[in-house]
Design a protein around this ligand. Structure first.
Ligand code: SF4
Length: 279
């Protein structure tokens, strides 16, 4: 395997040593965007929606880190204020160019998302055992890493994984696809702690709506097979340095349009930036 990877390096581009659920999703959505993001690791300017997601995640992390009786709306809003201060100097925020009115809307949206969280559950009943938990394990021989928003114990002492989402709720047809990341986290959990979570859940704060699923043998076998297949496809694309653009609605949010031939951009410019930053 190591020798094969060394060969890949000589004739193509370096494959990333491990994958995350977001890297896997990126490759399946658009191989070219994957290359820019995960192979060349080109800098991406921050966007209001990703920065807002970071802010709300930080506020909920602070809230769930409190003793249960303190997990009130008032404390959550205080935590949102503290998270805003924590992140004020972070490039995701210093790099945002918003007008005063846009900043006002940004913070109002963040507050609305935090308030809506309380419509999904009573946080005083949650027993977290890990917040923003970093895990890395082998899935079907593939190195996979991820950060779990929240790992908790339910009333029966079973593990549960919760992932907060600040974007829009997917249609029913796309629910399984949206759950792929948390099902992967269930596998990482099983590999790391020797226990499979009883449930995985996505909390869409904007509606708000919860999507809950059970990580069954059948589902996790499917996730493992798919991970191995995607790793093979990524290694092949890296060996040939062959990453095609795959235009979709996601192009509206893509940081690499200027480098994308599907939009009249220049891929050679991306290679120049990569060479400049040593990738
Ligand atoms: S603009 Fe669209 S097609 Fe081009 S790299 Fe980005 S996501 Fe892919």
């Amino acid at each position: 395997m190591t020798q094969a990877r060394d060969t890949l390096r000589r004739v193509g581009v370096d494959p990333p040593p491990s994958l995350s659920p977001s890297a896997i999703a990126s490759f399946t959505q658009c191989p070219l965007a994957f290359k820019y993001s995960y192979v060349h690791r080109l800098p991406e300017p921050p966007s209001p929606w990703t920065s807002k997601g970071t802010l709300v995640h930080r506020a909920l992390e602070r809230l769930l880190d409190r003793p249960a009786p303190e997990r009130t709306v008032a404390h959550a809003l205080a935590d949102l204020g503290a998270a805003t201060a924590d992140l004020a100097g972070h490039p995701e925020f210093t790099g945002l160019t918003l007008t005063d009115a846009e900043w006002e809307r940004f913070h109002a949206d963040a507050e609305r998302l935090v308030r809506r969280y309380f419509e999904l559950e009573d946080p005083t009943t949650v027993t977290p055992v890990g917040l923003e938990l970093k895990l890395e394990a082998r899935v079907g021989g593939v190195r996979v890493r991820g950060v779990i928003d929240r790992l908790e114990l339910d009333a029966d002492g079973e593990l549960v994984i919760t992932d907060y989402k600040t974007g829009s709720v997917p249609g029913e047809r796309f629910e399984a696809k949206s759950l792929a990341g948390v099902q992967m986290y269930a596998l990482l959990c099983e590999q790391t702690f020797g226990r499979r979570p009883a449930r995985v859940q996505l909390y869409y704060l904007s509606k708000p709506q919860a999507i809950v699923a059970t990580p069954t043998d059948q589902v996790l076998t499917g996730v493992t097979r798919r991970t191995v297949a995607i790793r093979t496809a990524i290694d092949g694309a890296c060996a040939r340095d062959d990453f095609r653009p795959s235009p979709s609605r996601l192009c509206d949010f893509c940081a690499f349009v200027a480098f994308c031939p599907a939009h009249g951009g220049d891929p050679a410019a991306a290679e120049e930036v990569a060479a400049t930053i040593g990738r």
